[in-house]
Design a protein around this ligand. Structure first.
Ligand SMILES: Nc1ncnc2c1ncn2[C@@H]1O[C@H](COP(=O)(O)OP(=O)(O)OP(=O)(O)O)[C@@H](O)[C@H]1O
Ligand SMILES: [Mg+2]
Length: 378
């Protein structure tokens, strides 16, 4: 072969190989790989078999066979014999007479006749992905063809790797987006609706003297509750579960850190013993009560320390928020939304709320919530 022919050939191999790496879609990459292999080796037939971990061909792509011939063949190769040598042992197989080859286990019925065979493994990150092979009816393949095939297989492996990587990244981005949307809906919209629902309920209690107004307010509260349920269902569909950052203790810890960040006081969390798995509405209750109690301590108490503690027995969950601030008159202070929300939530959950405050000693908010499923609960 003239040296200029050889360098022309090399240029073509490099061109085809580098164009393979740029593919962004698997099917077209595999097809183009076979085309490149056939073109560079002037083969009549080319195929690429993708194998599973057991070396079995699970996907078979081929070019250069008429659709009549394809229909006549019993089925794609299973990946034993010759093709198995390539994938199982990572061998390059080059032979002028395929039927004479030690690994030959017979051609499927209807398969076009072929005598010269050249096959190489396709590897992705060192792991066998499949086999790439070309065939000719007459003249055999040479060393130059073998080198071209290896280059094409290596480029295909790199292309497959990058497509898999970008598919995975895209999938992760979608999951992260879903996570974020689910959490946003949960944290902001559901909480806001919850607060509106509570407000309506309070106004309904206050509207006892006006039954028509009370009925309207009750109706609105029911509608809000239905919307909350609907949103929870939507989040469930989007996410598979309500969004959680971690255990309840971790969620409380995240929350108090976020609440405390604008202040000099660092609220501390103490978890005593095991906390059982709680359902989502109870987790909501705990988090909202912590939120209100801790933000009151931060905003109103002038304290230098805030302790949040959580413990449980088989029947109940105990939560307390204690500050060492100046305290307030619980009986006479005008209750705002914070204390009211805490009380309403606790009542709804069938629990108890206690607020104890001493002038210049500080305030403790104590909550007991029954654990559903525990003894004594129905
Ligand atoms: N830990 C505390 N230390 C001192 N005062 C408190 C404490 N917790 C509550 N208070 C007093 O009780 C009042 C009522 O609290 P509540 O949480 O109900 O309403 P708010 O904090 O004023 O408003 P909101 O919670 O609706 O934003 C507060 O305004 C404050 O005067
Ligand atoms: Mg408050």
């Amino acid at each position: 072969m003239e040296s200029s022919d050889r360098s022309d050939g090399l240029v073509r191999v490099i061109e085809r190989a580098s164009s393979l790496i740029e593919h962004v879609e698997m099917q077209s990459l595999l097809e183009d790989t076979i085309d490149a292999a056939m073109e560079l080796t002037q083969a009549e037939f080319g195929a690429l078999g993708v194998v599973n971990d057991h070396g079995r061909i699970i996907e078979f792509h081929h070019r250069g066979m008429s659709s009549d011939a394809t229909e006549m063949i019993e089925g794609p190769p299973v990946g034993r014999g010759l093709l198995g040598d390539i994938t199982r042992h990572g061998m390059v197989v080059r032979t002028d007479d395929v039927k004479e080859h030690a690994g030959f286990s017979g051609m499927p019925t209807g398969h076009p006749d072929m005598s010269s065979f050249l096959g190489v493994p396709v590897k992705v990150r060192g792991k066998t992905f499949g086999n790439l092979y070309v065939t000719r009816e007459r003249s055999g393949f040479d060393m130059q063809d073998e080198i071209s095939m290896k280059a094409i297989a290596a480029a295909a492996g790199a292309g497959i790797d990058s497509i898999r990587m970008s598919d995975e990244l895209r999938e992760r981005a979608v999951m992260a987006d879903r996570d974020r949307i689910a959490r946003d809906v949960h944290d902001s919209i559901i909480q806001n609706l919850f607060a509106v629902g509570l407000d309506l309920q309070l106004r309904s209690d206050a509207a006892r003297k006006d039954p028509a107004l009370q009925a309207a307010l009750d109706g609105a509260a029911v509608a809000i509750d239905a919307s909350i349920s609907e949103l929870r269902r939507l989040i469930y569909d989007l996410h598979g579960d309500l969004p959680r950052r971690g255990s309840l203790a971790e969620e409380i810890s995240d929350l108090v850190v976020r609440l405390g960040s604008p202040y000099a006081v660092r609220p501390e969390l103490h978890v005593k013993g095991e906390i059982p798995e709680l359902d989502i509405s109870m987790i909501d209750d705990v988090l909202q009560i912590v939120r209100e109690a801790v933000s009151n301590a931060l905003r109103h108490s002038g304290s230098t320390s805030i302790d949040v503690s959580l413990s449980a027995d088989e029947r109940s969950l105990f939560l307390s928020v204690t500050d060492n601030g100046h305290g307030f008159e619980v009986a006479t202070a005008p209750w705002g939304l914070g204390l009211t929300n805490m009380r309403t939530r606790t009542k709804r959950a069938g629990g108890e709320l206690g607020v104890v405050s001493h002038h210049d000693l500080g305030t403790t908010v104590e909550v007991r919530l029954p654990v559903p499923g525990g003894p004594g609960s129905v």
